[in-house]
Design a protein around this ligand. Structure first.
Ligand SMILES: O=C1O[C@H](COP(=O)(O)O)[C@@H](O)[C@H](O)[C@H]1O
Length: 280
């Protein structure tokens, strides 16, 4: 199921995002006793640092991992955990122990292996099923640390992979791979900015084979556009979403056709999309 929500500005994105996080976390906690969430770096950090403190949830049931992380010291400004540690943890009821963090002082390859082991421990399984992944998208269409034309786009074995030639600095990172991303119950993309507008169109309308577009979501219905940019001056945000309620997920697990489809909230900001880039 796919839904599009238009909001007026970044504050509204933060509000919507927080309200979905509240709902998804509370559903997960009610149904399974825990909430497994994956955070991204980049612009999503701001949305979460502003929005999460307003979320009404059982913080002690959260297990927080990273969709990708840079292999840098924790006090580096490039460290995604380091940023959340400074900007988010002091504001909410999450303890740093609830974060699955990369091991310090080792190579990307060792860090990816170690992170895989840490995830296996928290999930108590090799099936890393996140309740929610909060994803960003770079202006080149990358998501997590999965970059256009990179061999990691084809990774099917590793669940957490090292990357040592990231086109965006820093070069050394670890990232979840599609087998884990597309196994998540929900994903939310929060994307904003004029610089990304064309990429949103290329992925959603032109169906170009770019990393963010490889995150599965319910295909659009024939004849219906994936989203509509603001035709009244380009100052609205569009959130595109698809998700299924927990009850329906349970039923669908019995239906092979849908079993492997993750439940996606795909949020796309079309803010400041110039009119010439409008699509419908
Ligand atoms: O390098 C990264 O970039 C993406 C996108 O970042 P943004 O600032 O353009 O939103 C981010 O999702 C990822 O976690 C990060 O490591």
């Amino acid at each position: 199921m796919s839904t599009i929500i238009k909001v007026a500005n970044e504050q509204e994105i933060i509000k919507k995002l927080s309200s979905y996080i509240e709902k998804i976390s509370n559903d997960a906690i009610l149904n399974r006793g825990k909430f497994f969430v994956g955070l991204s770096g980049g612009s999503v950090v701001k949305y979460l640092c502003e929005g999460l403190p307003q979320v009404d949830t059982a913080w002690d049931k959260w297990i927080v991992a990273f969709c990708d992380e840079r292999v840098v010291p924790e006090d580096s400004e490039d460290s995604t955990f380091g940023t959340y540690n400074k900007q988010l943890i002091p504001k909410i009821g999450l303890d740093r122990k609830q974060f699955v963090v990369i091991k310090q002082g080792i190579s990307a390859s060792e860090a990816a292996k170690d992170y895989t082991e840490k995830l296996a421990k928290v999930f108590e399984s090799d099936d890393f099923k996140f309740d929610l992944l909060l994803l960003g998208m770079g202006p080149d269409g990358h998501t997590c640390s999965l970059f256009p034309n990179h061999p990691l786009l084809k990774e099917t074995f590793l669940k957490v992979a090292p990357i040592t030639d990231s086109p965006k600095p820093p070069q050394e990172r670890i990232t979840l791979t599609y087998p884990v991303i597309n196994n998540a119950r929900n994903c939310i993309f929060a994307i904003s900015g004029a610089g990304k507008a064309d990429m949103v169109k290329r992925i959603l309308k032109d169906k170009e084979d770019l990393p963010a577009g490889k995150v599965n979501y319910s295909p659009k219905k024939p004849g219906k556009g994936p989203g509509r940019t603001n035709r009244r001056g380009g100052s609205e945000y569009v959130l595109r979403m698809s998700k299924l309620p927990e009850r329906k997920q349970k039923r669908l697990r019995h239906n092979r056709r849908h079993t492997n489809k993750p439940l996606i909230l795909r949020a796309v900001s079309a803010a400041m999309v110039p009119k010439r880039n409008s699509y419908s």
